[in-house]
Design a binder for this molecule. Structure first.
Ligand code: 2HG
Ligand code: ZN
Length: 469
């Protein structure tokens, strides 16, 4: 007997009954606290209202759930480490959240291929440790690696702090097993290096934000560990000098990171983590560079040149791994240190060459519109990605603050468009940027994206309202 359409199911009890034909009741949660916990990501301000959270353990269970959703008409929200910052994992309208917390096994590793097969729920840091134990490295890294999961990293094509040398998640995905929105299981690319047989559907799923189906397993490439490195934090004479400093150091050493942060961002971390100030004086902006240790002499010479040219005002270099970690903390601790101020986030990118001018223009726009708000800049300037966080003053409610900040988006995104940039560099579109997609993608592109969505998720059961309205 075919199940009745979802619309005919009148009570939550019936929803659960149907789910528990597939997933044992112990792995279906409906308590209010569980719905609130698994129904959202790191963003604030969205309605959180799923009807249930389920914890599948096999690809078959995920496929079964997806087919059931199609037959019964309920919607599904894929859920990983929920560290996203665009509302991509928020369930706000009675959806069933599908958590990968119990699909967190590493299934196999082939040393000749240097490929590790992971279930979607493997935590990024667990993959780092697995690789290190085998004398190898998974080089994609970010501040949330202790919580974020591989499936979510694939769904958002996560970037992070070493993109200038190692690229994004996409560059390390050798193959994917996915369950499409229609409930079909696809093996995409089977970890082949060469496979010239038409459209590479694997890459369609990378960055698809759970709108086409579920990433259930991933073949991830590992590599040789990077050589020993040094970290140098520079006080920049002015933000406009960041580009000249980047070019100077690129010419001198093998860089693996080139990050930046403003004085306000630094001040927040110092207070939050109770750290000493790295320089005697304050400066407007700082750059953090990581480079191969063998280039230390050349880096110090480049530093002297930058000082003489008036591009850098001061600098501090790591002498041990512990010092390198504490310098990195100045950059990696920013998000958590500003979190109590419920920041309004924008994650923007332009070409590297346009980054300082772009930052300057946006900074002036924001300062003019919001003279009463703190504006915190930081990001991966080496790849053109800047994080703009506007901080909420204590006297404003979150709703009032977000409304005021959102009002600037059209003007802000016009500046992004004028610089040929992107309104979401690495955090995804989700709910937060969905209505602004047209600033970065043409109408023709969006129409093709819809057609792709319809082909893989014909009944629209997957992550409704994210990326596309
Ligand atoms: C980072 O680069 C993350 O630290 C978070 O992408 C950025 O909090 C943010 O805006
Ligand atoms: Zn970032």
């Amino acid at each position: 007997m075919r199940p009745r359409p979802w619309g005919a199911l009148r009570t939550l009890r019936l929803v659960i009954e149907r789910l528990t034909t597939l997933i044992p009741p112990a792995r279906v949660k409906t308590a209010a606290a569980d719905l609130a916990f698994w129904g959202r990501d790191w963003t604030r301000g969205h309605r959180v209202a799923p009807s249930a959270v389920v914890f599948p353990e096999t690809v078959g269970e995920v496929a079964g759930l997806t087919r059931l959703a199609n037959e019964s008409g309920f919607k599904l929200v894929p859920s990983g480490g929920r560290t996203g910052l665009s509302g991509g994992a928020v369930a706000s309208d009675g959806e069933v959240v599908v958590s990968f917390d119990r699909m967190n096994r590493i299934l196999g590793f082939n040393a000749a291929d240097r490929v590790v097969r992971c279930e979607a729920g493997v935590v990024t840091q667990a993959l780092h440790s697995f690789a290190a134990e085998r004398g190898l490295c998974y080089p994609v890294d970010f501040a949330s690696s202790g919580t974020s999961q591989i499936g979510g990293n694939v769904a958002t094509n996560a970037g992070g702090i070493r993109v200038i040398r190692y690229g994004l998640t996409r560059d390390w995905i050798a193959g994917l097993t996915v369950v499409t929105g229609a409930g079909e299981v696809l093996e995409l690319n089977r970890a082949l290096v060469k496979n010239a047989t038409g459209y590479d559907l694997r890459h369609l799923f990378v960055g698809s934000e759970g709108t086409l189906g579920f990433v259930v397993e991933a073949d991830v490439r590992l590599t040789t560990p990077p050589p020993a490195s040094r970290v140098l934090v520079l006080a920049l004479a002015a933000m406009a000098d960041a580009l000249a400093v980047l070019t100077r150091f690129q010419g001198a050493v093998a860089l693996s990171a080139f990050e930046c942060f403003s004085e306000l961002a630094l001040a927040k971390v110092l207070v939050h983590r109770r750290l000493p100030r790295p320089f005697a004086e304050t400066h407007g902006y700082y750059a953090l560079l990581e480079f191969d240790a063998e280039g230390e002499e050349a880096a110090l010479a480049a530093f002297q040149d930058a000082l003489s040219a008036g591009q850098a005002a001061d600098g501090v270099i790591s002498r041990s791994d512990a010092q390198a970690r504490s310098l990195w903390a100045l950059r990696e601790g920013i998000t958590e240190s500003i979190a109590p101020q419920t920041p309004y986030k924008n994650d923007l990118s332009v070409r590297v060459s346009a980054a300082p001018a772009f930052l300057d223009e946006v900074d002036r726009l924001v300062a003019k519109r919001y003279p009463d708000f703190e504006v915190c800049w930081f990001g991966h300037i080496g790849d053109g990605n800047l994080h703009l966080n506007i901080l909420k003053p204590p006297q404003l409610t979150v709703a009032a603050f977000q409304e005021r900040c959102a009002a600037i988006n059209p003007a802000l995104f016009e500046v992004v468009r004028a610089h040929g940039g992107s309104i979401s560099a690495e955090h995804g579109v989700g709910l937060a940027k969905r209505d602004f997609l047209g600033y970065s993608r043409s109408e023709a592109e969006i129409a093709i994206m819809r057609a792709v969505k319809n082909a893989l998720d014909p009944n629209g059961v997957m992550n409704p309202g994210k990326l596309l309205r």
